[in-house]
Design a protein around this ligand. Structure first.
Ligand SMILES: [Fe+2]
Length: 234
């Protein structure tokens, strides 16, 4: 059973070193060649083609002017994270995820220079509360684009019950209000031997509109998600 969670509902053992689990489970997930994996072969190709051609990735949801839904921040945000686009370190051993997308305003205009914070738990469901592993911020480039190299987080037991795997984010256009939300994973995601469909179905905070478009898992996942945010306070 999982342990080490406090009344705040999330992880407490800030001094506990990140557990390095066997990579057997991860390897199994990466090399799995199930029907679900085969079905995702086409999106991998489309994503790669888009990259080669320098086109923005097709993402879900596409920008239709509807603001990305907000979600609770949770208790484990830490300010003053380092600026970086790569969360992978020797201590971070999980199913890799290359996540990218565009930040738009509600008129679907890309927003360069937008601040994006990401924070998430690791392959064991643990947040780093002592340091900044799997935490960081970055700014969108001249096309309003961002890219983050990270891992698929694991589910964990917290304040709101069992949480489906998710990545916390804050997004803010220059001078604009902060959108706080959480990103989720498709039901057929393969990582850590977990049943993402069941985890997603039982997470009462989950919002399907915030599901990352995923291609993989061979060689790690490629993910895409576009944000649509307000640029002025309403
Ligand atoms: Fe969380």
């Amino acid at each position: 059973m999982r342990h080490g969670h406090d009344a705040d509902g999330e992880h407490t053992s800030s001094r506990r070193a990140f557990i390095r689990t066997s990579s057997v489970g991860m390897t199994a997930a990466l090399v799995a060649t199930s029907a679900a994996g085969a079905a995702l072969a086409a999106p991998v190709s489309l994503v790669q083609e888009a990259r080669v051609a320098g086109r923005p990735l097709a993402v879900t949801p596409a920008c239709d002017g509807h603001e990305t839904p907000a979600a609770t921040e949770g208790p484990l945000f830490k300010p003053q994270s380092p600026e970086r686009t790569d969360f992978l370190t020797p201590a971070v051993r999980g199913v890799q995820l290359d996540l990218s997308g565009i930040v738009y305003d509600t008129a679907c205009k890309p927003l360069p220079g937008s601040l994006i914070e990401f924070w998430q738990c690791d392959q064991n469901g643990d947040y780093d509360t002592a340091g900044f592993s799997l935490r960081g911020h970055q700014y969108t480039n001249s096309r309003g684009a961002f890219r983050l190299r990270t891992i698929i987080p694991r589910d964990y037991w917290g304040r709101w019950g069992r949480r489906a795997p998710h990545i916390h984010t804050q997004v803010q256009a220059p001078g604009g209000p902060v959108l706080v939300t959480q990103l989720y994973f498709p039901d057929d995601t393969q990582a850590y031997g977990r049943n993402f469909a069941a985890l997603n179905a039982s997470d009462r905070l989950l919002n399907r509109a915030c599901t990352i478009t995923l291609a993989g898992p061979q060689g790690g996942y490629t993910g895409a998600f576009d944000f649509v945010i307000q640029t002025t306070a309403t």
